[in-house]
Design a protein around this ligand. Structure first.
Ligand code: ASP
Length: 591
């Protein structure tokens, strides 16, 4: 047991038990509740460790003590000295329910206003109110437990990384704005008028420089900042577990971090994870329509183009690609259930034109929404492509191949939910590898690095950089667990010439590349070792390990969906003098 004795207290509220009966103790904490029944008065006192009951009796308690007790309100901070006694009527729901404290003194350390919501596991406070008074929200068990859970995860990460000889190094927060990636948050420099720092989107270039510096194995649990458009549950500042290693192949990286995954599942959840499989990007897109496949269930995409095209059904005949999934046991779906699925795929976020279904009834007959165009035999053949069994339902979409595969991915996940196949206590990690190096941006008519511009192409694909850059594969890897991307990284380029070449393919002039990344390319001329690494979304890791999807619940002081901190009211305008000092003039729009 921890010894938390201080000059203020001898024990914590949660630790006392039967074994402490008759001890004199001093406790500090917040008033959870006061019940005054005339002659008797009960106070529940709470601290980080639990709640304990104090009992006062009009006849036997010191007048002074009773007077103090009667003046207490919720959330007053008090210090109680008294004797631990066995309770007459025990409360099995409370950890300290066998005992209570008979006080000799009660001191008010600080009164409190009535809190704006109840500090209970189930509170009456809405989201906004709780965020405004987050320090009160954190007094509640569920929030407090999440923060303690987060601490445990970071502690376990540090244990593992330390065992593997990684050194934790802090990299700067005021850095230089670079193109690519998301938008930077910018900080004006007062002493260098007209010049700006940027906050790091990740410590990418610094960790590479640490490899040039010979540190060999680096990690950091680090804040990163991205000024992206707001989406639900996205935080403009978030935390990464950022890692880099020298003299490694991709295999070495995957092995080291498979070890971390196993370590965390074992030590945090008591779950043994077996070997983590590898899947190429191509296979993931082909079989699941996503580079983040949820492997808790099968339901792979099946290509039906040759089978169904050219049979007189115009919608299919004019489509580039036709494909589907097989929902086991769903042939009994009612018209209403099918209509719901049609509505689902037609939602603008998904964007399919419609949905064709084929019921493989349990009596062996096959019925579809396109019976007019296909014979039963033809449809039977389709069921065979899915290896479907009587009782199954085939759901078919068509259109442009890439888009249709993506729609089928959404439909697959929806069916996975409906059929209860995405179990919250099952974890299926997978490494996705061989991503394309580049992504074509149709609007800007240029390539972007799919991962980032420091990612190494596969050696055998380098010759394609000039002729077919879109075909070049990267030595990149993502860790995906249950359909969520938890981390990503790559083997890096460590030769100046190749890095220059990639900047060229990305449309940078030599001067631009030098201006933005000269420091890195210069470093490559001083003996840069081959290196590579990975970064994990730490907030996501924590949420996933706790079985939640909301990262905000695991951040002590998160921003809301509009990127605001409603507690400190930020962002906020600056006084004119301060703006002037920074050389910033704001165009005030008076209309
Ligand atoms: N810096 C990369 C990121 O933030 C991760 C990596 O390549 O290690 O996504």
């Amino acid at each position: 047991m921890l010894n938390l004795t201080t000059h203020h207290r001898t024990h914590t509220c949660g630790e006392l038990s039967h074994a402490d009966i008759n001890k004199e103790v001093t406790l500090c904490g917040w008033v959870q509740r006061v019940r005054d029944k005339g002659g008797m008065l009960w106070i529940d006192v709470r601290d980080r460790y639990g709640v304990i009951q104090i009992v006062l009796e009009e006849s036997s308690t010191e007048i002074n003590c009773m007077q103090n007790a009667k003046s207490l309100g919720r959330e007053y901070v008090i210090k109680v000295t008294g004797v631990v006694k066995e309770r007459m009527s025990k409360n099995p729901k409370m950890k300290t329910g066998d005992i209570e404290i008979i006080p000799t003194t009660i001191e008010v350390l600080n009164p409190s206003q009535v809190p704006p919501f109840t500090i209970e596991d189930n509170t009456d406070g809405g989201d906004n109110l709780r965020m405004k008074y987050r320090y009160l929200d954190i007094r509640r068990n569920p929030v407090k437990h999440n923060l303690e859970f987060r601490h445990n995860v970071s502690h376990q990460i540090r244990n593992y990384m330390d065992e593997q000889n990684f050194v934790e190094v802090e990299t700067p927060v005021l850095i230089k704005s670079t193109p690519e990636g998301a938008r930077d948050f910018i900080v004006p420099s007062r002493v260098n008028p007209g010049e700006f720092y940027a906050l790091p989107q990740s410590p990418q270039t610094f960790k590479q420089l640490l490899m040039v510096a010979g540190l060999d194995r680096y990690y950091q649990i680090v804040k990163c900042f991205r000024d992206e458009d707001l989406r639900a549950d996205r935080q403009p500042e978030f935390t990464q577990l950022d890692c880099e290693m020298s003299f490694v192949t991709q295999q070495d990286i995957l092995q080291t971090f498979s070890g971390l995954v196993k370590h965390l599942f074992k030590n945090i959840k008591g779950i043994e994870i077996s070997e983590i499989p590898l899947m190429t990007y191509q296979e993931a897109m082909h079989s699941y329509g996503s580079d983040k496949p949820d492997l808790r269930f099968d339901m792979k995409l099946v290509d039906l183009t040759t089978q169904l095209k050219g049979k007189g059904f115009l919608v299919f005949d004019s489509a580039e690609w036709i494909g589907g999934i097989c929902a086991k046991g769903c042939a009994i779906y009612t018209r209403k259930q099918i209509d719901e699925l049609i509505e689902f795929v037609k939602k603008p976020q998904i964007g399919a034109g419609g949905l064709v279904y084929v019921r493989y009834n349990s009596d062996g007959t096959v019925k579809s929404s396109v019976d007019k165009f296909y014979t039963e035999d033809e449809l039977k053949k389709v069921t065979e492509l899915f290896k479907a069994a009587p009782g199954d339902l085939l759901l078919i979409l068509c259109g442009k191949e890439k888009h249709t595969r993506k729609c089928l991915n959404e439909l697959r996940l929806e069916m996975g939910n409906r059929l209860g196949l995405r179990k919250s206590d099952e974890y299926k990690p997978v490494w996705i590898i061989d991503f394309p190096l580049l992504e074509w941006n149709e609007e800007e008519k240029r390539f972007y690095a799919m991962h980032h511009p420091f990612t190494s192409p596969k050696t055998e694909d380098i010759p394609l950089l000039d002729s077919q850059p879109e075909k070049v594969r990267a030595i990149a890897h993502d860790l995906v667990i249950n359909g969520t991307e938890i981390g990503g990284g790559s083997i890096r380029i460590h030769q100046k010439e190749l890095q220059e070449k990639i900047f060229h393919v990305l449309g940078f002039t030599k001067e631009e590349a030098n201006e933005k990344f000269g420091f890195l390319m210069n470093a490559f001329e001083f003996g840069a070792p081959p290196h590579g690494g990975i970064a994990f979304g730490f907030d996501r890791w924590v949420a996933l390990l706790c079985g939640s999807e909301t990262i905000r619940d695991f951040i002590a002081f998160p921003k809301n969906n509009a990127g605001r901190d409603v507690m400190i009211d930020s962002p906020s305008p600056l006084p004119d003098v301060q703006l002037k000092e920074l050389g910033i003039s704001i165009q005030k729009n008076n209309t």
